[in-house]
Design a protein around this ligand. Structure first.
Ligand code: GDP
Ligand code: MG
Length: 177
């Protein structure tokens, strides 16, 4: 059987200090290449993910830096994205409120090739910390009401649900191919 490569551009957005850069570093590990600083305010890193005997997934993770306070990005950033990760910090309700702005910005500017919604996962990060400023019920309700493919509690620090959540997103992106 012939092997196939899939290249996905994945956006990593959310307020400042929620753990976006830590996530990309953790996930991509030593492959993170600081030299790929292409635009002011955006880093990107590549992760090669053997998906099956015949499929290889290449994930290009786009991490914003220093532009978080605007809760808005240029259309160029969103161009040709295949998926999105929106993160917040469970100990910071303000970062959770920010998620709505990010999702609105995404939905207004991202134009997935198939025309459907861009698969977007919500990550409730820093789950190792307490107290949480949000209940799991409120996150669940918000995730459903705002068109996320789902949400997961993660801890980049403790490496909890990092591979699991990104694999889940990849599954959804593969379904849109
Ligand atoms: P960014 O601004 O969204 O890119 O956030 P950073 O990745 O720079 O992380 C901000 C701070 O949160 C850093 O001090 C990280 O070490 C810390 N951090 C990130 N993820 C976690 C986590 O899961 N748990 C804890 N306790 N701290 C975290
Ligand atoms: Mg950062």
């Amino acid at each position: 059987m012939e092997s196939r490569d899939y290249l996905f551009k994945v956006l990593v957005i959310g307020n400042g200090h929620v753990g976006k850069t830590s996530l990309v570093h953790r996930y991509v590990n030593e492959k993170f290449n600081k030299n790929y600083k292409i635009t002011v305010g955006v880093d990107f890193a590549l992760k090669v993910l053997p998906w099956s005997d015949t499929q290889t997934v290449r994930l290009q993770l786009w991490d914003i830096a220093g532009q978080e306070r605007f809760a808005s990005m240029t259309r160029i950033y969103y161009r040709e994205a295949s998926g999105c990760i929106i993160m917040f910090d469970v100990t910071d309700a303000c970062s959770f409120r920010g998620v709505r702005n990010w999702k609105d910005d995404l939905d207004a500017k991202a134009t997935p090739p198939g025309g459907g919604p861009l698969p977007c996962i919500l990550l409730a990060n820093k789950s190792d910390l307490s107290p949480w400023e949000l209940t799991q019920e409120s996150i669940e309700e918000f995730s459903k009401a705002n068109g996320f493919i789902g949400w997961m509690e993660t801890s980049v620090k403790e490496n909890k649900n990092i591979n699991e959540s990104i694999n889940f997103l990849v599954e959804k992106m593969m379904m849109t191919m």
